[in-house]
Design a protein around this ligand. Structure first.
Ligand code: ATP
Length: 268
């Protein structure tokens, strides 16, 4: 097991946002987390890397392999974030600081991990950018000088720089047009096959669940209402909320919802 979330709650002083959630993700697995806006998906995913503001209280245990992430101090979790667990966000523009070049973002990641040789940094940046289909000289550009698709490719390169065990992708294609989004997910799948990282994939798009996920969990009002294999949940949802979400996804209506009876390439 790569990630084990055990009885995790996220609370404000007055209410509970994530309510006693348990789930686990295996090595190399693409695990989707779905649910309506405000159900707590992002809060749960940010609890993993201790990204939540201190005004929110996190209870329970989160294990990455044998490492208890919940008990690490700020310095320790910072080393793990970027190396063993990485994030790709929807707001790719916000993931990059406007006044720093793409290369400077990579350098900062490397400095945290103790890679300070300028030559090594340069080589690794070039290699990382080329591995996601971007030219190495793009490192000298500022984020505003890249398209959304290029920025998301750079985010993937950054997220995979140290071959993490877990990549958390929070609605990473929402801000892209559907063709660019499709290419980005194909790239992520290819990189996952190369590195065997696990992916926690937060999405509202059931076509992406159908195409990429191995297993998924459905979240409602801070609780997981259903977890299981993709085909089981899509074709035989047990919970009324899951059924309602699937029925509301227009492109899933033809044939079996899991698409087992259709050609996959057709649908994205
Ligand atoms: N810093 C915060 N303090 C208090 N409540 C917060 C804070 N951040 C988010 N929330 C609340 O937590 C709830 C869950 O938010 P979260 O972003 O996890 O939902 P989500 O399922 O990821 O939604 P979406 O799919 O729209 O991204 C929301 O009601 C949100 O308003």
């Amino acid at each position: 097991m790569i990630l084990s979330i055990e009885n995790v709650s996220v609370k404000t002083k007055t209410h509970t946002i994530v309510d006693n959630v348990s789930l686990s993700i295996q090595k190399g697995e693409w695990f989707a987390l779905v649910g309506q806006s405000g159900s707590g998906k992002s809060m749960l995913s940010q609890a993993i890397g201790q990204l939540l503001p201190t005004s929110l209280q996190v209870e329970g245990e989160i294990l990455l392999g044998d490492t208890s992430l919940t008990s690490l101090d700020k310095r320790e979790i910072r080393k793990i974030r970027g190396k063993r667990v990485t994030y790709i966000f929807q707001d790719y523009a916000g993931s990059f600081t406007p006044f720093r070049t793409i290369g400077q973002h990579f350098k900062e990641f490397m400095q945290v991990q103790g890679i300070s040789s300028v030559g090594e940094q340069k080589d690794r940046i070039a290699e990382a950018l080329e591995s996601v289909g971007l030219p190495a000289d793009l490192a000298g550009r500022y984020p505003s000088q890249l398209s959304g698709g290029q920025l998301q490719r750079a985010s993937i390169a950054l997220a995979l720089l140290f071959s993490p065990e877990l990549v958390i992708a929070d609605e990473m294609t929402t801000a892209l047009d559907s063709v660019s989004g499709h290419r980005i997910l194909e790239l992520l799948r290819k990189k996952q096959e190369e590195t065997n990282c696990a992916i926690l994939f937060i999405t509202h798009d059931w076509r992406h669940v159908r195409k990429y996920a191995n297993r998924l969990a459905v979240m409602k009002e801070g609780k997981i209402v259903e977890t299981g294999g993709k085909h089981r949940i899509l074709d035989h949802p047990q919970h009324a909320y899951t059924r309602a979400l699937i029925e509301a996804a227009p492109l899933l209506k033809k044939g079996l919802p899991s698409g087992l009876d259709q050609e996959e390439g057709h649908l994205c």
